[in-house]
Design a protein around this ligand. Structure first.
Ligand SMILES: *Cc1c(COP(=O)(O)O)cnc(C)c1O
Length: 390
């Protein structure tokens, strides 16, 4: 078959590829320390599993509404009001197959050839690829460790052209683990409103904050920002529900309606009984202590990984205050990220993600969503590897 041109323009997900290679090595009996996975290593909390099981027992196994179960849309609207100060009702919400489909739906609904989408780098792997599939143009704005990998308001302003449609903001960030302060969010909102562009705020890591970092949703800054904001969220990271495929997009009703139309011809809706697990995640009083327990475990690992990595000559990383990643500069080793990660995996059995996947070839990403013993062992191996390069 002659494949469509867009296939050639899209790259496969490097993160999934390296994770698969590490998994295959493990299956061969090799003791691999894996820092590649972008998913919590905990089981989904039992009360969430029980809620989905109950829905299954009750026969919630039929087709539902494309936009999602009404009770879940309402629960998400309540959550956005309570947690984020965003005034939405159920008609402002679409339930999607993960945060990924939420963003994908949006790109298809909003972006057409000629439209520019501003994406600060390092970025989550899928943003530019989604823009490409939608036929738009990504405008990558490089950031550095000097600004803790945050785009500054002047940088944003400079990147805006008459063709700019959308700005993609991700805080806490994957891959850097960095959280924008409320002041920084307010300053970016001012640029968005001034230039009259749209912003999609990917807030999937909003519950994973450390060192007193605060999460402010850009839509909560003022009514003008609210009118130009789409919020993308999901259940995978905070509730350890990666395989459930549950996310959502919130925004103006006409935009959400357009995404529902698109989704209704693609996946229809999220697995019906899974959505009842999501309702429990949002509404059960048992959820907060579970989330907090996982957050504290991540926090401990974060400290260990940050201290140990920065003690290795040739490596440096800013201290993350959100998510579960450390973004490490490897420029001093003289290696590019792909070469570095392949050698690290092949020779020392440590899986890390090359920064090139996130738009910066002099960095690698380590996830600390893995147990402490693997972190200790993996960092020892990494240290040996870096020591052998010089
Ligand atoms: C994990 C992730 C998502 C979405 O994940 P889903 O599993 O599709 O919910 C979206 N954005 C970022 C930055 C992520 O890391």
């Amino acid at each position: 078959m002659k494949l469509a041109a867009r296939v050639g323009q899209v790259s496969p997900s490097l993160t999934l590829e390296i994770a698969a290679k590490a998994k295959a090595m493990k299956a061969q009996g090799i003791d691999v320390c894996s820092f590649s996975a972008g998913e919590p290593d905990f089981a989904t909390p039992a009360h969430i599993v029980a809620a989905a099981q109950k829905a299954l027992d009750e026969g919630k196994t039929r087709y539902g509404a494309a936009a999602g179960e009404p009770a879940l849309r309402e629960a998400i609207a309540r959550k956005l009001k309570t947690d984020n100060g965003l005034d939405y009702t159920a008609e402002n919400i679409i339930v999607t197959n993960g945060g990924k489909q939420s963003l994908f739906n949006l790109m298809l609904a909003a972006i057409e050839p000629g439209d520019e989408v501003i994406i600060p780098s390092p970025y989550w792997v899928s943003y530019p690829e989604m823009v490409t599939v939608a036929g738009g143009t990504s405008v990558i704005v490089p950031t550095t460790a000097d600004t803790r990998y945050k785009i500054t308001p002047p940088q944003l302003r400079e990147a805006i052209t008459p063709k700019t449609k959308l700005f993609v903001l991700n805080s806490p960030s994957n891959p850097t683990g960095i959280v924008y302060t409320p002041e920084e969010i307010r300053a970016l909102a001012e640029v968005v409103v001034d230039a009259d562009i749209w912003v999609v705020s990917d807030e999937i890591y909003e519950k994973l904050l450390y060192d007193g970092a605060q999460h402010l949703s850009i839509g909560a800054v003022n009514p003008e920002a609210f009118d130009r904001t789409l919020v993308s969220g999901g259940f995978a990271k905070a509730y350890s529900m990666t395989g459930w495929r549950l996310g959502y997009l919130a925004g103006p009703a006409d935009v959400i309606k357009a995404t529902i139309k698109i989704q209704s011809h693609a996946t229809s809706h999220v697995c019906t009984f899974a959505q009842y697990g999501a309702i429990a995640a949002l509404e059960s009083p048992e959820s907060a202590p579970c989330v907090e327990q996982m957050r504290q475990a991540f926090d401990k690992r974060r400290h260990v990984m940050f201290e140990r990595i920065n003690a290795i000559p040739g490596l440096s990383a800013p201290k993350p205050d959100g998510a579960f990643y450390l973004y490490i500069n490897i420029a001093d080793t003289g290696m590019k990220s792909m070469e570095f990660c392949n050698a690290l995996l092949d020779e020392h059995h440590v899986a890390a993600i090359p920064g090139i996947a996130f738009g910066t070839d002099d960095c690698i990403r380590l996830s600390y969503a893995t147990d402490m013993a693997s972190i200790e062992k993996g960092i020892e191996r990494l240290e040996k590897f870096v020591g052998s390069i010089g």
